[in-house]
Design a binder for this molecule. Structure first.
Ligand code: NAD
Length: 502
């Protein structure tokens, strides 16, 4: 075994192992990474040897046995349990999130989902018998879920543990080698993952690559067998274009503006409480946060009053400084969110305060925003809630359908018929009736977007399937082997074929 200069642990079986740390990017060059010199201005890290190593590991078959997969899932759970305090501290450092949110949304959520996968993956992996029908008789058939090979998981910063370890668990349960790329915008969490994760998992099958756009671009130059990307719709297009060069299948978990419809017959107190909660966890930096409200005119004032009192009951008299409210991830995003409010038209009826030095923005409600403004066109990803009046539920449905399909849609109503109508006449990645965000919780239900909010899904069986190929294997006896199936095709054979295939 020799220590490789580019990686955190060791080299065995000729395989690069552990974590790959390209180091700080200096003048367009990731120090420490392997370099391909093209021109002086475009020196880039490349990951050819890394991929060769992982392919060699996969080719040995070591990742296929269920026992190996079970060991990786158990080790992932141990990583979360033993490194919990470092991970929570890192998330707090990166995002200023309260412990309850850092633990609940990242560590706790991941543990529950991995536990579910650990409990069921052996059943999901079991080949199942298929019916062959009359055409292939006599024969038997099986559908076998086989691993795809080497997968790439690219994660965003907003839930920097959950959105890395949950797809990783699905990929491992399905028997793949994996490269995980945490987000550079949550650098403390990325560092904890890079430092410790390789000590838990098979270092010849799982590699952590830290880095930003340059490193991710270099990774995407390589041929993977699956790419699982969570992030913005714009970068999703970049990832899909890169994957297309190798015909690599992708799962894209993207963003968008998730609308929330509030009908006049809704329980306004409950609606206000749940909307405020879902909007303000992680300071609004949640992909399925309610982005904007479509509220029936008759209840707009009451809803805003209830939202105001709820914000005060959750976060006190000075919500912008509450320790229970996270902060904006960086100054660029802080300026972006403030710009959306400033250019959004309408009236700021709640909040509006901000402090660039702490990157905190008060929970802010904008009534009657300009519908053509960036506030109503871009994903907000901050603690800002536009409220749009609608004359009827039909008008709300038309407003939803006139925009790109969102990642989530929420409707508050006491009428099942209204809820059913909204669900039946719109499309979104997921939806909740009388709540927000919580459809991400059940560990056995598929989670994903549709159209520009994403493609494919994961969580539970859906995650296992995303990283598997379902291979149909048909077994035939050598007898009988009727001559009429083969050329030359006589009239009699043709009429038989026509009779059979009717
Ligand atoms: P992002 O798209 O900017 O970055 C995501 C990842 O892609 C990061 O690891 C980053 O390093 C990498 N990346 C960024 N630019 C790249 C480029 N040009 N080429 C290659 N790689 C690149 O997203 P973000 O800001 O980290 O996260 C916020 C977005 O993610 C929001 O749009 C949010 O809705 C979405 N999101 C979606 C889900 C979901 O489950 N659907 C979950 C969380 C976040």
């Amino acid at each position: 075994m020799t220590r490789h200069p580019l990686v955190g642990t060791t080299r065995t079986r000729g395989v690069l192992t552990g974590y790959f740390y390209p180091g700080p990017v200096v003048a367009g060059r990731a120090e420490g990474a392997q370099m391909t010199d093209t021109t002086d201005a475009t020196v880039q890290p490349h990951f050819g040897e890394l991929l060769d190593g992982l392919r060699a590991t996969f080719a040995t078959g070591v990742t296929r046995p269920l026992a190996w997969r079970a060991r990786q899932l158990d080790a992932l759970q141990r990583f979360l349990a033993e490194r919990e305090s470092e991970l929570v501290e890192a998330i707090q450092h990166d995002l200023g999130r309260p412990v309850a949110e850092a633990f609940g949304a990242d560590i706790g959520h991941s543990r529950v989902h991995i536990k579910h996968t650990r409990k069921h993956f052996e059943r999901w992996a079991r080949p199942h018998r298929g019916s062959v029908g009359a055409l292939s008789f006599p024969a038997t058939a099986q559908v076998i879920s086989e691993p795809l090979g080497v997968a790439l998981v690219i994660s965003p910063w907003n839930y920097p543990v959950q959105l890395l370890v949950e797809p990783l668990a699905a990929a491992l349960a399905a028997g793949n080698c994996v490269v995980v790329k945490p987000s550079e915008l949550a650098p403390s969490t990325s560092a904890v993952i890079a430092r410790h994760l390789p000590n838990y998992l098979d270092p010849e099958a799982v590699v952590v690559v830290e880095g930003a756009v340059e490193e991710t671009t270099a990774l995407l130059d390589q041929r993977f067998d699956h790419i699982f990307f969570t992030g913005s719709t714009n970068v999703g297009k970049v990832v899909m274009a890169a994957a297309a060069r190798h015909l690599t299948p992708v799962t894209l978990e993207l963003g968008g503006k998730s609308p929330t419809i509030v009908a006049a017959d809704a329980d306004i107190g409950v609606a206000a409480r749940r909307i405020v909660w879902g909007k303000l966890i992680n300071a609004g930096q949640t992909c399925i946060a309610p982005d904007y409200l479509l509220v029936e005119d008759a209840v707009v004032d009451e809803l805003i009053d209830r939202i105001r009192s709820t914000i005060h009951s959750f976060y006190g008299d000075d919500p912008g400084t509450s320790a229970d409210l996270g902060r904006i991830v960086n100054e660029r995003h802080f300026d972006r969110v403030c710009g959306l409010v400033d250019g959004g038209g309408g009236t700021v009826v709640i909040g509006g305060g901000r402090d660039r030095t702490t990157r905190r923005i008060e929970p802010t409600v904008v009534l009657d925003p300009d519908l053509d403004s960036p506030l109503m066109a871009e994903e907000i990803f901050g603690p800002v809630l536009p409220v749009v009046r609608v004359a009827s539920i039909d008008q709300a449905i038309d407003a939803v359908n006139s925009r790109p399909k969102p990642l989530a849609l929420y409707v508050f109503t006491s009428s099942n018929a209204t809820a059913d109508r909204v669900i039946a006449t719109t499309s979104s990645g997921g939806a909740c009736v009388n709540h927000v965000v919580v459809h991400v919780l059940p560990e056995s239900l598929p989670f994903g977007g549709v159209g520009p909010s994403g493609m494919g899904a994961y969580h539970g069986r859906a995650g296992f399937d995303a990283f598997s190929h379902r291979r149909t294997v048909l077994r035939k006896p050598t007898r009988p082997d009727p001559a009429m199936l083969y050329p030359p095709y006589t009239k009699a054979k043709e009429s038989l074929i026509r009779r059979v295939l009717r």
